[in-house]
Design a binder for this molecule. Structure first.
Ligand code: FE2
Length: 381
């Protein structure tokens, strides 16, 4: 895609108002099985479906929700389609970070006027439940941002979808609570030297601004490194950290992603949880694998000094391998899964925030060391 370097229309924060994330759309090889995984291991519930049985000839699509988070799982049922090509090139991954906006034609026009590439002009789709307006613009690699207004729609997802469930039981915590409350942020990996280009893209095209968190050379281990900046809309409802690899002695985890995803794309989705300990426990029992943070992280006397008082005792954090970080606003608890498909690409984060609007900068070094051990096992370090 092309990125305009200059635009006649000045970027403003109110030219592109957003309401939040509409959906994270996954392109996968087997949507039926992926939907089962996100039901039984992540606690999502299938709420809508479209496929060959409903007249959608080329793919099966499962729409799943948990709290305000919506996942859309698309699987091709024949070769040769754009969806099938996406899966063939990238493996299971995220094809679309869909954003809810109050006025799709206006947002689309603003985006194109500021250099975005249009993939779908604003389109109204209607059935007996009402009308949804959808458009789409290109993002990094083969990823897109759909722009969605469903304010005049009461159906389960979009026209053409039927309400329904697969019948599988959604995982809960031991006390029966939901695991996932919302999508917190969505992180992308782009090529070396292109992070600032994409930061500028979100500034120009969506009027996003930088959040304070910035990862530079100071957060590099001897072996692995990345640079990271975070862009977000004015109300901080949509948050996109952007990573690029930094030059290091050994292969960066971002380079590994770019190689195995075959280009830039979504690296991880962070899911907000009300009780990270209970959620991790339930997900582990369902077979989800998390990164193993070393004992040394918890035994380090500097950790207790750095984090102060948090709601979970350090011994419990250690037992579950949950990370903790604090800034001037408060603290957060977080943990990262291993990649959830065969390729070492997309993974998830669970995050429980207590005042902090950061992303765990203080944990990057400890996290890198854990990731590197995994890379080494795969022979990719
Ligand atoms: Fe994250």
């Amino acid at each position: 895609m092309t990125l305009a370097t200059e635009s006649a229309v000045p970027a403003t924060t109110d030219g592109f108002p957003v309401l939040g994330m509409d959906a994270v759309v996954f392109a996968v090889g087997n949507a039926r099985q992926a939907a089962h995984f996100y039901t039984t291991a992540f606690g999502f519930s299938v709420v809508a479906y479209a496929g060959p049985e409903t007249g959608q000839r080329d793919e099966a699509t499962y729409v799943m929700t948990s709290g305000t988070a919506r996942f859309v799982i698309r699987g091709p049922v024949r070769s040769g389609t754009d969806l099938a090509k996406h899966v063939a090139a990238h493996g299971d991954g995220v094809s679309d970070l869909a954003i809810a906006v109050p006025d799709v034609p206006r947002a689309y026009a603003y985006a194109l006027a500021h250099g975005a590439t249009g993939l779908q002009a604003p389109t109204e789709v209607t059935d007996e439940h009402g009308t949804v307006v959808v458009a789409a613009i290109a993002a990094y690699g083969d990823t897109r941002h759909s722009l969605v207004d469903r304010s005049r729609y009461t159906g389960p997802y979009l026209p053409g979808y039927i309400a329904g469930t697969t019948g599988a039981r959604s995982a809960t915590t031991a006390s029966g609570e939901r695991l996932v409350a919302a999508v917190d942020h969505c992180v992308c990996n782009v090529e070396l030297g292109r992070m600032d280009e994409w930061v500028d893209f979100y500034h120009r095209v969506m009027g996003f601004t930088n959040m304070a968190e910035f990862i530079g050379d100071d957060i590099a281990t001897d072996y692995s490194a990345l640079m990271s900046k975070v862009v977000a809309d004015g109300s901080r409802l949509v948050k996109f950290p952007l990573n690029e690899p930094a030059v290091a002695k050994k292969k960066s985890q971002i380079d590994e992603f770019l190689e195995f995803y075959d280009g830039p794309g979504v690296q991880h989705i962070a899911l907000a949880t009300d009780d990270i300990v209970a959620t991790v426990q339930a997900m582990r029992e369902a077979g989800v694998q998390f990164l193993e943070t070393p004992d040394s992280y918890y035994d380090d006397p500097e950790l207790r000094e750095r984090i102060g008082q948090v709601r979970v005792p350090v011994e419990v954090l250690k037992q579950h391998r949950i990370l903790v970080d604090r800034d001037e606003e408060g603290y957060l608890l977080q943990i990262f899964t291993r990649p959830v498909q065969d390729r070492p690409t997309v993974f998830f984060e669970l995050i429980e925030r207590h005042g902090s609007s950061g992303f765990g900068k203080g944990n990057f070094k400890a996290l890198f060391q854990a990731i590197e051990r995994e890379q080494e096992l795969r022979g990719n370090l």
